[in-house]
Design a protein around this ligand. Sequence first.
Ligand SMILES: *[C@@H]1O[C@H](CO)[C@@H](O)[C@H](O)[C@H]1NC(C)=O
Ligand SMILES: *[C@@H]1O[C@H](CO)[C@@H](O)[C@H](O)[C@H]1NC(C)=O
Length: 217
Amino acid sequence: MKCSYCYLLLILVLVGLQTNSNFFCGADPIDGFTPVPLTEWNFESQKPYDIPLEERYSYKDGVRRLWVYANDKPHSPDSHTEPRTEIRIRGLDYSSGVWQFEGYGFVPNGTSGAIIVQIHGAAKGATTLILRIYNGDVRYYTRDLMATGLYDKWFRVNVIHDVDGGKVTVFIDGIQKFVGKDKGPGDLYFKCGVYAAPPNVSYYMESRWKDIKIYKK
Ligand SMILES: *[C@@H]1O[C@H](CO)[C@@H](O)[C@H](O)[C@H]1NC(C)=O
Ligand SMILES: *[C@@H]1O[C@H](CO)[C@@H](O)[C@H](O)[C@H]1NC(C)=O
């Protein structure tokens, strides 16, 4: 009698370990990290230079909504970059250690060819990590597929940058989806929002964010 319970437990443990190693110990991307206190000052907005912020950004009931059009101007008159409306985490640039961005994102169906999360900066080049959405799929740049079917629902994003270990890790909804090499130390910071990333840019691009947090080890 008793042993049938043992077998059941064993099976549950094995299934749990196979489907998700976090199943039983309750591990979470933020385990072992310390939250960094944020104020509104830490959320710097970047938007087309000739348009008032409220025409590309709203912050209501804890939800930051950022949108941009494919024919918008860049964020400054002397820039030749693609249009963007983004939150740049300010005052927490880093060049060593282990840092983490966390946020809940929402991308409406129709937004395509847009970067929704970045680690800006690298030893060489502009960015260390890009999460680009196209047709509901999120990829590392235009390469490794991390998640599909992400339109019209909230999803949790955790990005860990171990600068000393030269490694970036991405979790979507608490599941590890990507691990890769970083691009060396530099002036590094996190961003989220929408930044046009050709090809296949939709005319309208939007992402929403809530519960944005920064952690470090
Ligand atoms: C997005 O919208 C298009 C056109 O309305 C529709 O065909 C498609 O199924 C939608 N995709 C999702 C993931 O809802
Ligand atoms: C652009 O769209 C085409 C299909 O229209 C697709 O095959 C291709 O993967 C897309 N490229 C990117 C980088 O999104």
